[in-house]
Design a protein around this ligand. Structure first.
Ligand code: ANZ
Ligand code: ZN
Length: 869
């Protein structure tokens, strides 16, 4: 054999590896375990792409090195196959999703196998397999039983084109994430998971894991924990000036009948800046605030009652109510994203109501404005135009006074104008001072720092029963219902007598029935609702006629626990009739393998997939069925691969690189090594066809070097090879992930040794070192060298201390930090301080400065010697 022919050797070795179970992970083996995970792919019609190959090649290299280091490695793979893409593809191709998914998986599996991944294929899982989703449903039933799943009438984002309710995170720029259509809001009864119960733990437990800092930040920001003060603005006006006009009223009955956090007689706001409370000039409530409903409903009699001052409802009152009603209706049509977009103009309407400032007793007008979100804090804000940009904008637009109460420490103080109008006109948004500072014009708090004032004011408000310190989260509960066919059926039954009943665990899975019309229905109901045979079932509790829930789970459901499923894969795929749950029955196994040691995937999954799966894992921990509170000890992310033109790869741009073509033309080893070589792992990089050719040439040179070169007596090769061992060992490591520099150090090594050649031992070391990157060529060459075992079962090469170079080394000689000359010694001598000192003392320049003194010596072996006087 003389030529490197990847298309011949690659399939050959792939088959031998598979037949010999070379990459099997052994349950409960006494070796240390290493669980290495890449995100399982969605088997789409577009097949696996070069982005998958990037992550899989790199993680496979890590796994292979770990195996050679003596670890019991688990590198599993499976298919995340429920969800809209498959359903949409099925609709497009007029093929049932079951068939589409089976074909796509078949194809993707063939692709992945052609890349020579050291995956333990005996653990392959598929989220759409009924044996798998039985347990997805089981987790839901447990959540339901524990009160973590509840139903709610919620305004959902409705995509009129996909005809589906979307979670907030599936709406991007007010458009459907999948099809780009502008979404609408609709109220639908949904199943919702109480992820907010876990908000603190989802933040605090991050301290126990090793994630890229930006990934941790994403988790924390998404949860959005914010600490501050709830402040109550009283709606009773005793002691205030009597109102002088009809449009200025104290509708005490109306307001007393409840608002805010269940309090009566108050509007409660949440603020992170209670130090600015003396600068409050209005209150703005969200259109969804209960007060607004009451106000709208109060037209006519209730309105009359609520005035409480005996005067008749005037046309002004009706005008106000109508204006508020219109405003609220138009707000409903806007998405939350639009409403909170800082660049959008703030709008609002005066409600005709007033509240009392809790510290000054001042009368403050109440407005309704849609930049306030109904579901956050108390659904109301105190408006501090001088110190909050949004409030400033609102105040300028509606002529509300602007009062400066925080002064910048250090910087020159801009005195507040006595004339609020003038202050308003002269002010520009850059004058909004939103930092902490020192309080001015703030009664007895004047002079305090913001920090001190926040503590003090919160305490004082608490004493008066008008406030308390508070924590709020931007995270919302997780809408878990989809009105679609291609998902796990929600395992609940609606009984007219017993209410909502969970399907008993021994009756799981609730199988997704085969169906003719799986397209979304225009009613917004799931297509399952039309399957009366399937829908009508006896109630599991009372036996009376009842109906199945017809919603399905979101595409996240299966990926929430798939890394747990890999551990139990054989048991999931070939279920026995064991009673009880699969997790409890296999506690020891889970304890052995979990948590995942290194998890890598796309940056697009580091917010929600990570958050959801961490939540579900914590829930499983609370059930006592998994061994820890965090599923992934380490999380990394790879950058995207862009097209050769530097743009995002897309069919429409025509810049998509198909990994199958690379395998066919150059072989999988070239694909793998190029994908690692392409650039820093975490960065987005453009595909470069010339780079592929370069890597392929490199592999041809390796082939030639191993097959033809002979030992040459050059003592420098051992030195270079030993350095290569050092470099590759530290680059190919889950803590550094410098796959690209590892590959380039192989390339420079080849440049150095190609002329001199390698001896047998050096060849073997090189092959072992290269095996994780290019598993096929190294396996073939290993056998060509006469071995009958696998290179992948060999120990990882060790870096040897003290291997010296035969080449010359230049050492910088300094006296008192100034360079006085260069000294050339052999590599063997370069680390010897005494010898280098002696030689340096023979240099005339050095002697000039040092004759007659005994200097101190600072020696950096192989680099610098500095004499200190
Ligand atoms: C007065 C104030 C003065 C505020 C100031 C800020 C600066 P985070 O950090 O996101 O929690 N806010 C409170 N509830 C809101 C709601 N439902 N919709 C919209 N905005 C709301 O933000 C908390 C701040 O956002 C609160 O602090 C409140 O404005 C506003 F100089 O209160 B602040
Ligand atoms: Zn019943």
């Amino acid at each position: 054999m003389s030529d490197y022919r990847p298309t011949e050797i690659e399939p050959k070795w792939q088959k031998i590896w598979e037949d010999s179970h070379l990459y099997r992970a052994i349950d409960s083996d006494p070796r240390s375990k290493a669980y290495i995970l890449f995100e399982f792919p969605y088997p789409s019609g577009d097949r696996l792409h070069v982005g998958h190959a990037r992550s899989y090649s790199a993680l496979d290299a890590l796994a292979r090195k770990k195996r050679m280091q003596g670890y019991n490695v688990l590198l599993p793979m499976g298919w995340d196959a429920f969800g809209l893409p498959a359903e949409n593809y099925a609709i497009k191709t007029h093929t049932i999703p079951q068939k589409v998914v089976a074909e796509n998986i078949e194809h993707a599996r063939t692709q992945a196998k052609s890349w020579g991944l050291s995956v333990d294929w005996s653990r392959e899982i598929n989220t759409t397999d009924q044996n798998y989703y039985k347990w997805t449903q089981w987790i839901f039933v447990k959540m339901f039983e524990r009160g973590l799943a509840y139903s709610a009438d919620l305004p959902i984002n409705w995509c009129p084109s996909c005809k589906i309710g979307l979670a907030n995170e599936e709406v991007v720029d007010a458009k459907c994430e999948r099809c780009g259509t502008v979404t609408e809001r609709r109220n639908v009864t949904q199943w919702v998971l109480r992820i907010t119960d876990y908000a603190d733990r989802l933040i605090d437990d991050l301290e126990t894991v090793d994630y890229l800092p930006k990934i941790k930040a994403q988790q924390i920001n998404w949860i959005g924990r914010s600490t501050g003060t709830n402040v109550r603005f009283s709606t009773r006006h005793s002691g205030l000036d009597p109102e002088s006009s009809n449009s200025v009223r104290s509708k005490s009955n109306l307001l007393d009948s409840g608002s805010g956090a269940g309090m009566t007689g108050f509007i409660e706001v949440f603020t992170t800046r209670v130090d600015t409370i003396y600068g409050v000039t209005a209150i703005v409530v969200a259109p969804e605030h209960p007060l607004i409903n009451k106000l709208i409903e109060s037209s006519g009699d209730l309105f009359l009652d609520s005035v409480g001052t005996g005067h008749a409802p005037s046309s002004t009152d009706d005008d106000i109510i109508n204006e508020v009603r219109h405003y609220v209706e138009s707000a409903k049509r806007k998405s939350e994203l639009d409403r909170t977009d800082l660049s959008k103009e703030k709008t609002g309407v005066f409600t005709g109501l007033y509240v009392k400032h809790p510290l000054t007793g001042e009368k403050l007008p109440v407005w309704v404005g849609d930049y306030v979100i109904g579901s956050y804090g108390g659904g109301a804000v105190m408006v501090v135009p001088a110190h909050d940009a949004r409030d400033y904008e609102f105040a300028v637009k509606y002529n509300l006074p602007i009062k400066t109460v925080i002064q910048n420490v250090g910087a020159g103080f801009i005195p507040p104008s006595d004339d609020p109008i003038e202050g308003r006109i002269n002010a520009t948004p850059t004058l909004v001072f939103s930092d902490y500072g020192v309080l001015v014009d703030s009664g007895s708090y004047t002079g305090l720092t913001s920090e001190a004032a926040m503590t003090q004011i919160t305490a004082d408000l608490a004493t008066k029963g008008l406030g308390s310190s508070a924590k709020h989260y931007h995270l919302r509960d997780w809408i878990f219902s989809r009105q679609h066919y291609w998902g796990e059926p929600i395992p609940l039954i609606h009984c007219p007598k017993c209410g909502v009943v969970a399907v008993p665990v021994d009756q799981l899975p609730v199988k997704l029935p085969e169906i003719e019309h799986y397209e979304p229905s225009s009613t917004g109901e799931s297509p399952l609702a039309a399957m009366t045979d399937w829908v009508n079932v006896p109630c599991p509790k009372c036996g009376e006629p009842a109906k199945r829930d017809t919603d399905t789970m979101p595409n996240w459901a299966g990926s929430n626990w798939y890394f747990v499923a890999y551990v139990l894969a054989q048991k999931i795929n070939a279920p026995t009739l064991e009673s009880g749950d699969i997790f409890s029955a296999n506690k020891d196994l889970l304890k052995y393998w979990l948590p995942v040691d290194t998890y890598n995937g796309g940056m697009e999954h580091t917010t929600l997939h990570l958050l959801y799966s961490r939540f579900v894992y914590k829930f499983l921990f609370d059930l006592g069925v998994v061994p820890g509170v965090e599923p992934y000890a380490k999380r990394r992310s790879h950058g995207m691969i862009l097209g050769p033109d530097g743009g995002k790869m897309s069919k429409s741009r025509g810049n998509v690189i198909n990994p199958d073509d690379i395998v066919r033309n150059y072989g999988a080893d070239t694909l793998r090594m190029y994908e690692m070589f392409i650039g820093p792992f975490t960065e987005a990089v453009a595909w470069n066809p010339a780079g592929v050719v370069g890597v392929n040439k490199f592999l041809h040179r390796i082939w030639k070097l191993i097959m033809t070169s002979k030992a040459d007596d050059d003592s420098n090769t051992d030195f270079l090879l030993n350095n290569l061992v050092h470099k590759v060992s530290s680059d190919l490591d889950e803590n550094s992930m410098k796959f690209n520099t590892a590959v380039s150090s192989f390339m420079s090594f080849i440049n150095e040794v190609e002329k001199t050649g390698l001896n047998e031992e050096q060849k073997e070391t090189l092959l072992r070192l290269l095996a994780p990157f290019a598993p096929h060529i190294t396996e073939e060459l290993w056998h060509q060298l006469g071995h009958s075992d696998s290179v992948h079962s060999q120990p990882w090469p060790k870096y040897l201390e003290g291997v010296k170079s035969g080449a010359a080394v230049t050492i910088v000689v300094q006296v008192a930090g100034k360079v006085r000359g260069m000294l050339t010694v052999s590599a063997a001598e370069a680390g010897n301080q005494e010898l280098v000192t002696a030689k340096a003392f023979q240099m005339p320049k050095v002697l000039d400065y040092l004759s007659g003194v005994t200097p101190g010596v600072v020696f950096v072996p192989g680099k610098i010697i500095n004499f200190v006087v």
